[in-house]
Design a binder for this molecule. Structure first.
Ligand SMILES: [Zn+2]
Length: 473
């Protein structure tokens, strides 16, 4: 789900895009999971886009940023209704991953409570102390379809900035994946995937009905995931900002002296923010973001969210996508389009970023080319070694990962489109997007959407994105 540092990493390939993760055992993931399935036409294409699962988690997040802008204390309340019986709840602590801790970030869980809770404890998963996972053991097995409520108190220490998903710099703080992240894949179970040294994401999380609040020094502006309300009144030098997103897998927050601008496109409210001293213009950024939304919705269907918030951060590096929000640290138009494309691929159509990084990164990179400059390097990229469908622990290093998942993956999808014709390929991608909206997609879902296009399936199989098991029967 994110496009981090791609420019620096992939300069040789002139890629504008980002990063994500893949499958150790794809057979474990079902082709269909639990969002509300729409009815279909004769070709198996949904008549309308799937809606979020009514039984999805309900998450309340309260963050409080201290006066020094480096410590966030928080409370997370989760109402979880599993579709399989569970004995525990597993949360992923993304800030404890290798590249985030290198900058001094750390997330600790200070307390856990709930009627069904027996205890909580950390598991390493290859992350730094105190661990990459926090596991809440339940007193009894929770049957499928029954709910439990768990509350976590946590403390997030922000490191020294740089282009990371969380950090603090002069007068600004930001945190994304900054709270314990419910690591549930409907139909599959808990994701305990190891953290890796690569810069891409390794998480999977269900779309949750998410309400959040951020309390911060009153003179600063908060830009975050969700449809934001007007800030509350100043009390003791602080103000509270709130928002709601009906289906968010994760959230991002940026707090600083932002100058903001707003525009509306296709009923979507776009809010951008630039910091003092930035050479960017908030209005111009809003216009560029709106243009990206328009171009992408022309190919992929309606934008998934009611709002999109784009805070421009100080460090140059790329962009990182979050549901209805983008942490942007690049003036490159390709990066912006790539991150906006992630609202469909990762935000709405979810994936295991450890097991199947190509499902969000190859598609987001592809969307850049389909809506922008025609790619001139397709044949060369498609000839690269490596399986597009590799998992995050299958790539030797960042350049190998980026060239295979972004570069070759993009070339693969462009080639498949060229072979079968843009109109039918775009229609098939729309089918896939609409069928798997708000769920966790798998490679088999892509295979199913391309069922009638054997030449496209052959390209994806040849590039190592689809295994024989992923092909329609
Ligand atoms: Zn990306």
């Amino acid at each position: 789900m994110r496009c981090r540092r791609a420019l620096a990493l992939a300069g040789a390939l002139a890629l504008a895009g980002c990063t994500s993760n893949a499958p150790a055992d794809r057979s474990a993931a079902p082709a269909t999971a639990s969002s509300a399935a729409p009815s279909t036409d004769a070709s198996g294409c949904p008549l309308e886009r799937a809606r979020p699962d009514p039984a999805r988690p309900v998450v309340d997040l309260d963050f409080s940023l201290d006066a020094h802008l480096v410590t966030v204390t928080g409370t997370e309340t989760v109402v979880f209704t599993p579709d399989l019986p569970v004995d525990e709840l597993v949360f992923r602590l993304v800030p404890n991953g290798p590249d985030a801790t290198a900058r001094g970030n750390q997330l600790t869980v200070d307390d856990v409570s709930g009627d069904d809770v027996r205890r909580g404890g950390y598991e390493s998963a290859g992350a730094a102390v105190p661990g990459g996972l926090y596991v809440v053991t339940l007193a009894d097995t929770l049957p499928a379809g029954e709910s439990t409520e768990v509350q976590l108190e946590f403390t997030l220490r922000l490191g020294d900035g740089g282009f990371e998903r969380l950090g603090a710099a002069e007068g600004v703080s930001w945190w994304a994946s900054g709270a314990p992240l419910l690591a549930w894949e409907p139909g599959v179970g808990w994701a305990r995937d190891p953290f890796v040294q690569l810069t891409g994401e390794t998480a999977v999380s269900p779309a949750a009905d998410t309400t959040m609040s951020v309390t911060a020094p009153a003179e600063l502006t908060v830009l975050m995931t969700g449809d934001q309300d007007q800030p509350g009144r100043e009390r003791s030098g602080r103000r509270t900002w709130t928002s709601h997103e009906p289906a968010a897998r994760d959230v991002s927050v940026a707090v600083g002296a932002f100058t903001t601008a707003e525009t509306e496109v296709d009923g979507v409210r776009v809010t951008t923010g630039v910091l003092p001293g930035s050479d960017r213009d908030a209005e111009q950024l809003a216009g560029e973001t709106a243009a990206a939304i328009e171009r992408l919705s022309g190919v992929l269907g309606p934008f998934p969210y009611a709002t999109l918030t784009v805070p421009a951060l100080p460090d140059a590096g790329g962009g990182i996508e979050y549901p209805s929000s983008i942490l942007l640290a690049s003036a490159d138009q390709g990066v912006l389009v790539h991150e906006v494309a992630h609202m469909w691929f990762y935000g709405m159509v979810g994936n295991s970023q450890f097991r199947d990084p190509w499902l969000d990164e190859s598609f987001a990179s592809y969307a850049e080319s389909v809506t922008g400059e025609p790619a001139e390097r397709t044949a060369r990229l498609l000839a690269l070694d490596g399986d597009v469908g590799g998992s995050m622990d299958s790539f030797p290093d960042d350049p190998g990962y980026v060239s295979t998942v972004y570069g070759k993956g993009e070339a693969m999808l462009l080639t498949a489109r060229e072979q079968v014709g843009a109109a039918v390929f775009d229609a098939a991608v729309r089918c896939y997007v609409d069928a798997r909206a708000w769920a966790i997609a798998t490679p088999a879902d892509v295979g199913a959407a391309l069922d009638d296009l054997p030449a496209a399936l052959a390209v994806l199989q040849q590039a190592g994105a689809l295994d024989p098991d992923d092909l329609p029967r």
